[in-house]
Design a protein around this ligand. Structure first.
Ligand code: SAH
Length: 195
């Protein structure tokens, strides 16, 4: 049986899972020397917008009933779809971290010993971690029956992706040159074979 409370617990468990997956990689990546950082105010804004949409707004909704006037009816079938979407999001998030390893950073950075990763999940798409944010946002939409709290994650992920991906690819191109053009020429960004 799927209830509103169970759907909310699934979302919460997903966010805890997200943090548990990231934590060890975040600790390790702190030790990697930086050769170039594009972390400016714009980057910080994007990170804040994405965190607001994917975590803070939905958490406040659960804790305080924020924007409850925007509640929509709870539809168990939607929440049932949300469960595997959340599972897929976490799996993709884990795979991206496992494959990127020490090359990962929360904001745009090139490490001194940066390696271009083209294997594993990166063979299929160039931005699996951003794809996992879209799936996380979709799971949030399916699990939380509120127009604001449900949609905030997809909007946050979209803003982060739209304002960052061009800069990130430009940065990678400057660092890896022909190697990156060849890689980018043979892969899609988010959806395999499509986009
Ligand atoms: N856009 C990727 C990675 C997000 S993390 C994804 O969605 O999966 C952002 C950092 O990852 C960037 O600062 C960049 O340094 C690094 N990065 C992105 N693509 C990479 C690749 N193919 N190989 C190595 N590092 C990469």
């Amino acid at each position: 049986m799927m209830t509103k409370t169970i759907a909310e617990i699934i979302w919460l468990a997903g966010i805890v899972g997200w943090y548990v997956i990231r934590h060890p990689y975040a600790r390790r990546s702190k030790k990697q020397a930086i050769s170039r950082s594009l972390t400016d105010r714009r980057e910080w804004t994007l990170l804040i917008v994405a965190s607001l949409g994917l975590a803070v707004i939905p958490a406040l909704y659960l804790a305080t009933g924020l924007a409850s006037s925007l509640d929509r009816p709870f539809i168990p079938a939607l929440a049932w779809i949300g469960l595997p979407v959340m599972g897929l999001a976490l799996w993709l998030f884990y795979r991206s971290h496992a494959d990127l390893g020490n090359n990962w950073s929360a904001s745009l950075k090139v490490r001194q010993s940066h390696l271009l990763v083209t294997n594993g999940i990166y063979r299929l798409i160039r931005h699996p971690m951003y794809a996992s944010f879209f799936l996380l946002g979709l799971a949030q939409f399916l699990l939380l029956p509120n127009w604001l709290a449900g949609s905030a994650g997809l909007i946050g992920a979209l803003i982060l992706f739209a304002f960052r991906v061009g800069r990130e690819e430009e940065m990678m191109l400057q660092r890896f040159g022909a190697e990156y053009s060849a890689y980018a020429g043979g892969t899609k960004r988010i959806v395999p074979w499509v986009y």
